[in-house]
Design a protein around this ligand. Sequence first.
Ligand code: G6P
Ligand code: ZN
Length: 548
Amino acid sequence: FTFLLLLITLLAPPAFSLSVPSTSRYSRPTTAYLDQRPGTSGLRKKTKVWTEDAMFMNNLIQSYLNVLSSRSSPSSKPLSILLASDGRYHSVPSIAQISKVCGANSDIVSTLHVPRNGVQSTPSCSSYIRSPKNDCSAAIILTASHNPGGPEADFGVKFNGCNVVIVDPYEEYVEALEKFFDFKLLKDYASKGNRILFDGMHGAGGPFGKKILGDILGFKEDCFMRCDPREDFGGCHPDPNLTYGKELVERMGLDGKGRKTGKGENFQLGAANDGDGDRNLICGKGVFVTPSDSLAVIADRWEDISSNGALKGVARSMPSSAAVDIVAKKKGVRNFVTPTGWKFFGNLMDSEELGGESFNPFLCGEESFGTGSSHIREKDGLWAVLAWASILAKSPSLTVEDVVNQHWEKYGRHYYARYDYEECGSDGANDMMEHLRGMVGETLSEGGGDYVLKKVESFSYTDPVTEEVTANQGMILSFLVKGSPARAVFRLSGTGSAGATVRMYLEKYDGEYFGGNSQEELKGLGEKAIEIANLEGFTGRKEPTVIT
Ligand code: G6P
Ligand code: ZN
């Protein structure tokens, strides 16, 4: 079975199906792994954890299947599951291994759907399992998203949701995007010589970018970089931000702090996707668009972008800036602020109470470079690129810089930066959060200095649909900086594969001055927040690993 499957995924023949006999279950003794706790989006571990002990994967998949079968009624038919990867190292052997586990559970799983070559972006997987004609009820996606890949890096499993069916990974996804965007307008824009520089970061988004932007919309070959998926992402860290997207931002005339270099090539738009194609970075010539601003601009110009009707609602994660909030207010649409984690948006989009299907279109975004909408319910890297391309195609005389400047003139600017302290000791990081929690409700000094701390809160969310309360989702320190509202947020990442990652998010509103550089404008606020949190004392870190 393994051998056959390997042949199928590697040689990519046309549709093929293999029956799994529904005989008694194949069993093997095992013990529980206490560290198999899925984080914000699946379970991520160092690759070695998966390669050195096959039972680690077997246990995880068996647990998923047990939960699935415990939820279905005795009469329900066996499930069809999509099994895909972002192409990272260890994906092909894992597809074979998981197929065996599913084969041994043929009373629960009847069919596996595997994309040609095993590679499919997360948004495409999401559109695939949502399409009724595929009759597929869940997806197992082998990815650690934007984390590096390779024997010394990371591997992970996301669960969304044994015959073998080789499927076309593009069809549904292209259909979903076509419903949303005016492809004719975009084709016309490409045919007039406008150019988008698209960086696939050697992940699963690359072939999707080439297919849709290149083959379908007609952007030329020189618009694509790093679009061939590689097991180790070509040695790069496939996270689209100013640090790891260095080559792209340089070609777009930007430095690692998002400042204009005065150099760069002639592209109207620059964009990158992460390892599994669900995150995005957007920039123009000499201008970087923060994810929070990108969401706000897309919301503001919604009617230029999509023919899918007036926008019904928007949502952002708490650590994202409040830029979209003021757009929502002006447009009179509903606005939600959720904890970090895309699943919280899913609940809102699905909700009957909030409007169900008629709540479409609904727009969501996160500071972590995720933007998307009710079109497939997932965040979607390519969707964001098409949204920006549509804004430009609708008003071809505008540059990305013009679009952003017009936005700030209308609404004011939220300067924004994030500091990451990766792989800190867990104890120190937890103690720091406790220390901040101890400041909740304290009377804080009102007087003196440029930075006045007004309040410390712990973010807690009550889901408006399920009424479920999710507490301790980050500490918010509210400031007044020379009279303007500002804040610093501290939270621990849920996606690291080792130790604890402390994130500090900085934000300052300015209604008048828009010309500054975010990282420079927020440096002083960062220093103050670090001092209040005693970050250096608790974690021993003098400098962040990454600033985005
Ligand atoms: C994944 C999730 C996002 C979330 C992000 C945060 O990408 O899909 O919804 O915003 O992780 O990661 P963090 O490391 O900050 O927990
Ligand atoms: Zn991702």
